[in-house]
Design a protein around this ligand. Structure first.
Ligand SMILES: [Zn+2]
Length: 879
């Protein structure tokens, strides 16, 4: 790395370092700008910098450099600070705030008069995946280069560019990796990938504290880090955004342009400028004879990424991937027998950062102009397809509130009809998938595609993802009306909309007073679930209706909660305080009542009200368990419904105090540790076959506990472990029709196989794949597992393993129709097989039950409508 212009400047700086420092110190008496190595006490690349040290350096730079401003924007779940540095030209007299406003005004995103020609805003985000860890080191080096006013070239670029550097999007994961590596690394790095310092243990540092992938969370903002960052992002709306990553250490470097599929709404300019930047990156890489590739592997579709989300917000959003990652350590021997060092990795990321700023500087006027055009188009030209999305006011008010919260986070505007009502023909109904004539009411929520967030709105609402190719990196369906389980429509008609007032809160502000008969609360919203969790946490005994009834002219579906002073004597007067506090906090749909007599259906003293007491709930994590799904469950209990959950590591499985547990959740996973060890005497007898020493069935302790009254919740791939196991009631997919079909397919496939092309191998795999499509599930809503749901539930189908209906259990949610596939990509072979399969079921085993949930309900924590079902599983289902 010696013949780059950028680096020559840098080397010069090092040599000339002392002179300006002394000069500055003498003149101003201030602290001089220190290089990273002076500040940290080691050369970048020697080891992984801890996050707090990087933050200290960023603070130091902003303290001594007048043109660098540090913006703290929040903190992580583990309490680490989140920061961005904004770098402007040293001669700039304007405040960062007025530069920002001027940029927004010029882009049409803010009202007002622009004061001068706007600058281009480049935002570089590093280390979103904590164990792709060279990029935070690159951020430190990049900051220093732009902070040092002696770097004439970079100072020239700052005349037209404002640079924003977020050194680490995911500090918790980054430090998890840095801690691991600092703990295990040899003084002289061992380059053998099989050695300890290259083998990051479970859980790795890719994700945040709750094992959520922050590079899947931009559009949903389920995690604290994303919520804080997006607030700042939306305030700035940069022209260019780069998300820094690492890929396998044998792959050299990937930068834009991305490969197909692109979402069809990505503009020609966005496609073109990715290439311009990519060409400038390539120029520097060519000069140093470095390897790289573009236009392969990384597409632009799913909206949760750090490249797509900025793209749907008008920016040029890009992913850069250096070879490295978790196993690369400080130095590693690659497959081509080169040694790849941390120094190389950070230098190459540094190089693309500089090249990106330079390319933006060279095209600044065009960058600014095209960004303006993006929003002008969004506000003036109607989408060719649906022009208005209609969310019916029939949906639960609490659900509508949570839904509009998500729109607010994304800056998507919504409103109401100007007229009182309006008939609309040929509206697409999400629930039926048919065109219907509907009457739009003034109370409905309307979202127009003519707004700043036009593209993002279309991407999030369109029933079918508009995709140029099916060979994608991620899920292909996420349409919000399905994810939220909303009665909703899409119309090609433009409806006139006025500004929206938020829905009225449903709580009746009367609470149980001593002397009242009790409280009734409707079931069916996340608010009701949070309310129940709060009561149970406080040891309140709650009754759940198993049948519907009418009380005081209000209709209650099964699942309604009844809280009576009877059975809660142990709480004395605090019962009323607990209910009041929980109701104020969670806003459920409740009413205080004065009689136990219903006007229709069951009375409140009926045996059809089942008593629910606070359960002790546990979940497994560790080797053999999916960290992601465990994290979603952990986050659900701790951050969403705020109910205590005990976490047991798989290595401690044998010491789990089963008798103290009411519920055990098994997340997705391979569960290799769940096997029965045969006693030594048995081993002697069966010695002939070594494979028989270990039975691949779950240990008896688990089924014994269920039979004694335990509730086992088995999710997604964890179900494989229980197929055809005695006592668990789950059987293999093997209907006669299916067998015949499979045979026919196999024969046909064998013939077809002979003509297969090597280059099609990735595409071939897709025929059995269903990763991330939407399916329609028929619900037996009379079963407690489905309380609060409608006859249909739209699920995200992630697992390709299918299960037949439970022969002896309750098949609560099933894929009934052959046309259960609703949206997104599903391979043609699996499409033929999805009829009559189990999605949600309950097998009753003596005193306890086993609840099967065939696909992860909490996927990335964004599938809102699945959350209540897990609540039913852990609190409501009983025997
Ligand atoms: Zn990554």
């Amino acid at each position: 790395m010696t013949n780059s212009n950028i680096l020559i400047i840098n080397m010069k700086n090092l040599k000339l370092f002392l002179l300006p420092l002394i000069y500055l110190t003498i003149i101003f008496g201030g602290t001089p700008l220190q290089s990273p190595s002076q500040f940290l006490g080691y050369e970048l690349g020697d080891k992984f910098t801890f996050h707090h040290d990087a933050v200290d350096y960023f603070e130091h730079v902003s303290t001594v450099s007048k043109h660098v401003e540090l913006i703290p924007y929040g903190e992580t779940y583990e309490g680490r600070p989140l920061i961005v540095s904004v770098i402007t030209h040293p001669n700039n007299k304007e405040s960062v705030e007025s530069i920002r406003k001027n940029h927004l005004i010029a882009s049409g995103l803010m009202e007002g008069e622009k004061t001068k020609n706007p600058l281009s805003v480049v935002w570089l985000s590093y280390s979103v995946h904590g164990n792709e860890s060279s990029s935070m080191e690159a951020a430190i080096k990049t900051l220093h280069t732009f902070a040092d006013i002696n770097n004439a070239e970079q100072m020239k670029w700052l005349e037209k560019v404002v640079l924003m550097i977020d050194p680490c999007i995911n500090p918790d994961g980054r430090d998890r990796y840095a801690n691991f590596h600092r703990t295990t690394a040899n003084v002289i790095p061992d380059v053998d990938v099989k050695t300890w310092e290259h083998r990051e243990p479970w859980p790795d540092g890719r994700t945040n504290h709750y094992y959520h992938d922050l590079n899947r969370d931009w559009s949903w903002q389920t995690q604290k880090e994303s919520q804080h960052r997006l607030k700042l992002y939306k305030k700035w709306m940069p022209h260019i955004h780069v998300d820094y990553h690492e890929q396998s250490y044998n792959n050299p470097y990937y930068f834009a342009p991305a490969v197909e599929p692109y979402h069809e709404l990505i503009t020609p300019w966005q496609r073109e400028f990715q290439k311009t930047i990519g060409n400038n990156n390539a120029k520097y890489f060519d000069e140093q004879q470095l390897l790289y590739f573009t236009n392969e592997d990384f597409d632009l579709l799913y909206p949760g990424y750090g490249d797509t989300y900025p793209t749907y917000n008008g920016a040029i959003g890009m992913t850069y991937e250096k070879g490295g990652g978790s196993s690369a350590g400080v130095a590693i021997k690659t497959s081509s027998s080169d040694t790849l060092t941390l120094q190389d990795r950070l230098d190459h990321h540094y190089l693309t950062g500089l090249a990106t700023v330079e390319a933006t500087y060279q095209n600044s006027e065009r960058v600014v102009k095209e960004f303006q055009t993006f929003f002008k188009t969004a506000n003036s030209i109607q989408s060719e397809k649906y022009k208005t999305y209609i969310i019916s006011n029939d949906n639960h008010k609490n659900k509508l509130n949570d839904f509009t919260d998500l729109l607010d986070l994304n800056g998507i505007k919504y409103g109401r009809l100007i007229k009182k009502t309006q008939m609309v023909n040929n509206a697409f109904a999400y629930e039926s998938g048919e065109k219907e004539s509907i009457k739009v009411m003034v109370e409905d929520i309307l979202i127009s595609t003519k707004q700043n967030m036009s593209v993002l709105t279309q991407v999030l609402f369109e029933p079918q993802t508009a995709v140029s190719d099916t060979l994608t990196y991620d899920i292909t369906a996420w349409s919000l009306p399905y994810a939220y389980g909303l009665k909703a429509f899409a119309t090609e008609k433009e409806l006139l909309i006025q500004e929206y007032v938020s829905p009225i809160a449903p709580t009746h502000l009367e609470f149980l007073e001593s002397g009242d008969y009790g409280i009734l609360a409707k079931w069916g919203s996340l608010n009701a679930l949070k309310f129940l969790a709060d009561l149970l946490k406080n040891k309140v005994v709650v009754r759940v209706a198993e049948k519907s009834f009418t009380h005081n002219d209000i209709n209650y579906d099964p699942g309604a909660l009844f809280i009576s002073p009877q059975g809660n004597e142990h709480l004395g007067k605090t019962l009323y305080k607990i209910i009041r506090t929980a109701a104020m906090k969670h806003n459920p749909d409740l009413v205080s009542i004065s009689t136990g007599k219903s006007s229709k259906g069951i009375d409140l003293g009926s045996f059809n009200f089942r008593v629910v007491k606070s359960p002790r709930i546990a979940v497994l994590n560790g080797d053999g368990v999916s960290g992601g799904n465990f994290g979603e469950i952990w986050h659900y209990f701790e951050q969403q419904i705020e109910y205590p959950i005990s976490v047991f590591n798989s290595s401690d499985f044998k010491s789990i105090p089963f008798d103290d547990l009411d519920v055990l959740i098994l997340p997705n996973g391979s569960y290799g540790f769940l096997k029965t060890e045969v006693s030594p005497s048995a081993q002697v007898k069966k010695e002939t076959s070594a494979s028989m020493l270990i039975k691949q069935s779950p240990p008896p302790v688990l089924l014994n506990w269920v039979n004694r009254g335990g509730r086992l919740v088995v999710i997604g791939s964890a179900m494989k472990k229980f197929v055809d196991q005695k006592g668990y009631g789950l059987v293999k997919y093997e209907s006669e029709v299916a067998k015949k079909e499979a045979k026919k397919n196999d024969e046909k496939q064998q013939l077809a196989e002979r003509g297969k092309k090597y280059s099609d191998r990735k595409r071939k795999k897709l025929i059995d794949n269903t990763y991330g499509s939407i399916v329609k599930v028929e619900m037996d809503k009379s079963h407690p597992l489905a309380f609060g749901y409608n006859d249909q539930y739209f699920a995200l189908k992630l697992e390709k393993t299918l299960y037949p209906l439970l022969p002896k259990g309750w098949n609560v949610g099933t894929l009934k129709d052959p046309d259960s596939h609703i949206a997104g990509f599903m391979g043609h072979r699996i499409k033929k097989k999805i009829q009559n399969n189990l999605m949600f079921g309950v097998h009753e085993a003596k005193k306890g039950s086993i609840i099967y949930i065939a696909d992860n309900l909490l996927f990335r924590s964004f599938w809102y409508n699945g959350k209540l079902l897990l609540g039913n599983a852990v609190f409501i289902v009983g025997k």
